[in-house]
Every structure is written in structure tokens, then in C-alpha cells.
Design a protein around this ligand. Structure first.
Ligand code: CMC
Length: 431
């Protein structure tokens, strides 16, 4: 039996003409609107959608989010199961290869990534050039772009082998660059990668190793960091991922595209929110100050950082996992005193009409910072930690964009509302 094609009928009140536009995946193609014209030489109708509130920019098979139900799936697998049963290396493989690895595939993948953890010695000179109090995210963004100068063949983005090398290098070297940025900020010598350790364990070693011949990460903290990397690995078309796709669509090399993505992540409305949450909790200082703080937020004098999401209108499933993870971490590190303020803040906010009406719930950043802080990461390293997990998602989304025959260079349209054509007056004639 033939299924009825779904269509949307639009009547143009200017001409009285009706148009039938096909609906596919509950979406109409914006370019189908271009046929709606008054005169034959009109450009045709466009859609206006600042901040892409209702515009799908791609078709994707990587991450699914149901924001109302609080569901997050990577390649169909629930985030809760991935966090429980897999390592970050497995999840990175899954995102890039569309299948969970077998044991042999995982071993090969992990070995390829860990043999690309070292960076060129000149990268240290780049790090040394930064001011002593440079924000590590600024250093990290710059270092990613600088990597492109060491691997000029990465420009061959249509060569699958080159692309693979980039995945190994970017996943392998990102933690090294992140740790170097931290070591520079505290005036400690850079620590070379230890390829016998796990992905998270090696990162902890590069961050914290002092004089011990072999750094042994605490297994609970190592596991917690690995889970945090998984939770941050991908989140479909968020701001930094859109930057990765958009910048990558110009066919610049992937290191520069990743630097652009990391720059987008730096902002306090995105990956910088975990840092902003800690600064906010610090500013609130004690539980008795919470009602006054909430009042200010409701008066529009600031935001409750770590709350709200463009897509989730329910509890962010990542926040629930992190809340549970925090208990394990605090057993090792001792309870973060800020946790009490955070729990009370959440309790009050979730009962408040303002937050209920707007469906504002804790997001991934609300509790992650408390764990990072308990693990002795300085606050300004938090967005860098987010970037380490998200690198796998950026690369998977970049690859999907490149291989999608419908994609072209990203180039939105505008509605021009400025002056009409006019002559330039001489300098002496301008008032
Ligand atoms: N505190 C107080 N009010 C808020 C908040 C908040 N955190 N978030 C949204 N609102 C209000 C906002 O003022 C608006 O109210 P009204 O309708 O009266 O004008 C309404 O809720 C809708 O907000 P919006 O700004 O239109 O929503 P958005 O989808 O554009 O913004 C967001 C999403 C995440 C940028 C925003 O919720 C926010 O600024 N949250 C705080 C920053 C944060 O935690 N960011 C991390 C996001 S999750 C991880 C990531 O992606 O990096």
C-alpha cells in the first residue's frame, strides 16, 4: 500500500497562491520556501531564526536527546549504560566509528591514541610564552591551532587515512596540552605522558606528578574523571559543535576547526558554565544567603549558573549521574563544603515558581565543578576538562559533516535593515 506523502500547504496572502511543501522527518526544507515569490526575480521567502531555535542544520546519527523526557543516547546507547559499562576510549571509538569496539579493536584504538600523546618540544616554547596568569582555556585554544602548523598534511581532509591520524593526534595530545597549560600556570615543569596509564590516569599524572618515579592515580578519581569525559563526549548541535562543523565546512584543517570549537566552549553560557557555577557558589558563601541570591536572579540581576538548557526541559540525565559520582569522589577527597550550598540551591530553585514555569533544571555543569574542585583542579581548568571529553564528539561531528553530500560551506543569510545606497560625502562635508 502506498503511504500518503506528508505535506505542508502554505498560502501566500500577497498573491493568493498556495504551495505544497513536502514534510520529511517533521521538517520542511527552508530552500523549498524560495519558490514563494511575488515577482519572478524575487529572491523568495526565507526563514528568520536567530540562535537557530527551530532550525535543523544537519542530519545526524550520532547523538539523540529528548529534552522533555531527559534522555541522552550516543549512537542509540543510553548515557547511563555507557557511563556504567564503558571507558571513555570505548565511547570515543563509538562516536567516531558508529559501533562499540571489540576487545581487539579497543586495544588497537587505545594503543594508537596513547602513542600520539607526545607533542613537539616547540609546543613547550609556545606555552612558555604565555603570561603566568594566562587562562588555561586561552592557552588550550591557542595550542590546538598551533598543532596545525606541525601537521600540515592534516589539510588533506578528504583522505581517510589523514583523518584517522588527526583523530589519534587530537585525542592523544589534547590532555597533554591541557596539562601543560596547568603546569605553566603553577610554574611546574611539564610532565611527559606515561603511556602505560589509562587515558584519564595519564592526564592526572601529567597534571600532578612531582618527584615520584611512577605516578599512581587513585583508581576512584581516575574512574570518576573517565566517566566525566564520557558524559561530556557529545551533545549534538550545541554551540561548540556547531562551531566545529561551521568552521570545518570551509575545509580548514581539523586542528583549526577544533580550536574554534574550543573557543566557543570557553564562553560562560556553554563550557565555561562549570567555572561560573563554582564562582557563584563561592560568592553566595553560605546557605542562609541563598534566598537573597535567588531573589536577585528572579529580578534579572544574573543567572543561576548551571541551571537551564536550550534542549533539556527536564533534569539533565548527566547531572543525575554526576550527583551520584560526587558521593564516590567525596569519599576519597572529603566532602566539598560547597556541596551543601549547591544542594540547597537546587532544592529551593526546583520549588520556585520562576524556575518551574521556565522548566529550568540543573544541567551537566551544576555538579561537575564540585567534583573537579574536590580533585584539586583549579576553577579555570574546568572548561578545559569539558573540552577533553568533547573533543571526541567534535571530531565525530566534523567527520559526519565532511561525509554528508548535502553539506556545503556554512553561510547563513541575513535580513538587511541598514541604509539604502547613498553617496560618501567628503570628510569636510560631514557633520
Ligand atoms: N537562571 C535564571 N533564569 C534563566 C536561566 C538561568 N540559569 N536560564 C534561563 N533563564 C530564563 C531566562 O531569563 C528566560 O526568562 P524569560 O522568558 O522571562 O525571559 C527563560 O529562562 C528562557 O531562557 P533563554 O535564555 O531564552 O534560554 P536559552 O535556551 O536561550 O538558554 C542557557 C539556555 C543554557 C544559555 C541558559 O539557560 C543559561 O544561561 N543558563 C546558565 C548557563 C549555563 O548553565 N550554561 C550551561 C549549559 S549546559 C552545558 C553546555 O551546553 O555547555
Amino acid at each position: 500500500m502506498e503511504t500518503k506523502k506528508e505535506t505542508l500547504t502554505i498560502t501566500d496572502s500577497r498573491t493568493g497562491k498556495a504551495y505544497e511543501l513536502p514534510i520529511e522527518n517533521e521538517t520542511i526544507r527552508a530552500t523549498d520556501l524560495r519558490q514563494i515569490k511575488v515577482k519572478p526575480d524575487d529572491f523568495g521567502i526565507m526563514t528568520y531564526d536567530p540562535a537557530y531555535m527551530a532550525t535543523a542544520s544537519c542530519k545526524s546519527t550520532i547523538t539523540f536527546i529528548d529534552g522533555d523526557k531527559g534522555i541522552l543516547l550516543y549512537r542509540g546507547y543510553p548515557i547511563e549504560q555507557l557511563a556504567e559499562k564503558c571507558s571513555f576510549m570505548e565511547v570515543a571509538y563509538l562516536l567516531l566509528n558508529d559501533a562499540l569496539p571489540t576487545k581487539a579493536q579497543l586495544d588497537a584504538w587505545t594503543s594508537l591514541i596513547t602513542t600520539h600523546t607526545f607533542v613537539h618540544e616547540n609546543m613547550k616554547k609556545l606555552m612558555d610564552g604565555f603570561h603566568h596568569d594566562a587562562h588555561p582555556m586561552g592557552m588550550f585554544v591557542s595550542a590546538l591551532a598551533a598543532l596545525s602548523t606541525f601537521y600540515p598534511t592534516a589539510k588533506k581532509i578528504h583522505d581517510p587515512e589523514e583523518r584517522k591520524m588527526t583523530y589519534y593526534r587530537l585525542l592523544g595530545k589534547a590532555p597533554t596540552l591541557a596539562a601543560f597549560a596547568y603546569r605553566h600556570s603553577v610554574g611546574m615543569p611539564y610532565v611527559h605522558p606515561d603511556n602505560e596509564l589509562s587515558y584519564a590516569g595519564n592526564f592526572l599524572a601529567m597534571m600532578y606528578r612531582v618527584a615520584e618515579p611512577k605516578f599512581k592515580p587513585n583508581p576512584i578519581l581516575e574512574h570518576a574523571l573517565d566517566v566525566l569525559f564520557i558524559l561530556h563526549a557529545d551533545h549534538e548541535q550545541n554551540c561548540s559543535t556547531s562551531a566545529m562543523r561551521s568552521v570545518g565546512s570551509s575545509h580548514v584543517d581539523p586542528y583549526c576547526a577544533a580550536a574554534a570549537a574550543a573557543a566557543a566552549l570557553y564562553g560562560p553560557l556553554h563550557g565555561g558554565a562549570n567555572e561560573a557555577v563554582l564562582r557563584m557558589l563561592d560568592e553566595i558563601g553560605s546557605k542562609d544567603k541563598i534566598p537573597a541570591f535567588i531573589k536577585e536572579v528572579k529580578e534579572g540581576k544574573g543567572r543561576l549558573m548551571g541551571f537551564g538548557h536550550r534542549v533539556y526541559k527536564n533534569y539533565d540525565p548527566r547531572a543525575s549521574i554526576i550527583k551520584r559520582l560526587a558521593d564516590q569522589v567525596f569519599e576519597v577527597t572529603g566532602r566539598n563544603p560547597m556541596l551543601d550550598i549547591a544542594l540547597e540551591l537546587e532544592r529551593i530553585a526546583l520549588q520556585d515558581e520562576y524556575f518551574i514555569k521556565r522548566k529550568l533544571y540543573p544541567n551537566v555543569d551544576f555538579y561537575s565543578g564540585l567534583i573537579y574542585q574536590a580533585m584539586k583542579f583549579p576553577v579555570d581548568m574546568f572548561p578545559v576538562l569539558f573540552a577533553l571529553g568533547r573533543m571526541s564528539g567534535w571530531l565525530a561531528q566534523w567527520q559526519e559533516m565532511l561525509l554528508d553530500s548535502e553539506q556545503k560551506i556554512a553561510r547563513p543569510r541575513q535580513i538587511y535593515l541598514g541604509a539604502g545606497k547613498r553617496d560618501v560625502p567628503m570628510l569636510s562635508q560631514r557633520s
